[in-house]
Write a protein that binds this ligand. Structure first.
Ligand code: ACO
Length: 324
């Protein structure tokens, strides 16, 4: 049978760092409040001339190098973003051109903070179908462009970044869960779309003002509840026990959400990869960014069983279980 194996990973963070102290100079907040409520200390902000596709390019180049392949071998690009360069064409085709890839296909996926899980799940299914052999899966965001920098309740939470995986098709003789992505589940419930949204949009209003609006308490409650239940569902589906998991790489929204979810799952806290302190919430980039930094620092090793999960606006949520 065919499996999707992670052949390479990469990430990119823009140079400029904005600390909690920096933000407290222009809105009424403090490092104490931000760190105490979210675990965030700083975030990276894209330069004025850097677009989502530029961040994606840097992360992709690192993943391509890590995989030891040529960009031209990639036959599909799936890019998750909720901050595309423009309404159309897709950011994925711009990335395809920046990588000088002339074959295959490229498209965007829009599932906000769950975007990378949606993209990875989609890529895995394309590989299992036998139609694609090497897929570049990217999460890239410039949330600094959709934040109201006068709104202290949201501007402190997000940052800019990109992360990428190269997935490769591998043929395995038996049906055992011995290599690559074991399985994934994605879910959504549009009833909650007004709990977290970005206003404006070409069809709705043509409004040029487009900022994040959020009911923080509701998001928190649903994030913990839905991430816990989807992980339990995936573990049951794959017949893997929570103690068999070596590393848990959750979407990095906020330390309290990570801690509460791990506690509900009875997951050893030492197995959680946490990067939110340095990067804040980078939406669809957060999982590949956290995974790349954990691999580079020697935490996640080849052969480890890794659980990825995310929750975001929509609401959308999902989980992927894999052997790295
Ligand atoms: N600095 C100082 N005070 C602030 C700030 C700030 N940055 N932001 C809000 N406050 C104030 C409020 O004005 C309020 O003041 P008041 O009592 O005088 O009215 C007080 O702090 C409490 O506000 P709440 O919104 O009730 O604060 P809460 O304890 O709920 O914490 C938080 C807010 C951190 C956003 C929390 O609700 C949360 O973690 N929610 C999850 C949201 C999240 O992570 N979203 C990310 C996107 S979704 C995703 O990726 C999963």
């Amino acid at each position: 049978m065919i499996r999707s194996v992670i052949k390479g990973v990469g990430a990119y963070l823009p140079e400029k760092v904005l600390t909690n102290e920096d933000i407290s100079k222009f809105v009424d907040t403090s490092d104490e409040w931000i760190f105490g409520r979210t675990g965030i200390k700083q975030r990276h902000i894209a330069a004025d001339d850097q677009l989502t596709s530029d961040l994606a390019y840097h992360a992709s180049m690192e993943a391509i190098k890590d995989a030891g392949i040529a960009a031209s071998e990639i036959d599909l690009i799936i890019l998750a973003t909720s901050t595309p360069d423009q309404v159309f064409p897709s950011t994925a085709v711009k990335l395809q051109d920046k990588l000088r890839i002339k074959s295959g296909a490229a498209f965007d996926i829009h599932a906000v903070c769950s975007g990378f899980i949606y993209a990875l799940s989609t890529a895995d299914n394309f590989i299992r179908s036998g139609n694609y052999k090497k897929i570049l899966v990217v999460g890239s965001e410039t949330y600094s462009r959709i934040l109201d920098w006068n709104d202290r309740s949201t501007c402190v939470l997000f940052g800019d970044a990109a992360g990428a995986f190269i997935l490769e098709s591998v043929y395995t003789e038996d049906n055992l869960l011995d290599v690559g992505i074991y399985d994934s589940i994605i879910r959504s419930d549009g009833e909650y779309r007004e709990k977290l949204f970005c206003d404006g949009g070409p069809s709705m209003s043509g409004n040029q003002e487009h900022y994040i609006n959020m009911d923080g308490k509701e998001v928190y409650k649903h994030a913990v509840e839905k991430q816990t239940s989807i992980v339990e569902e995936l573990l049951e589906k794959t017949e893997i026990k929570i103690d068999d998991i070596d590393w848990f790489v959750p979407h990095q929204a906020n330390l309290r959400i990570l801690d509460a979810t791990a506690k509900k799952l009875k997951l050893d806290k030492n197995k959680i990869i946490i990067t939110v302190e340095k990067h804040a919430n980078t939406s669809s980039a957060s999982i590949p960014l956290a995974m790349t930094s954990a691999i580079k620092s020697g935490k996640i090793m080849r052969g480890d069983i890794v659980l990825l999960e995310a929750f975001g606006a929509g609401f959308t949520w999902g989980a992927v279980l894999l052997k790295y």
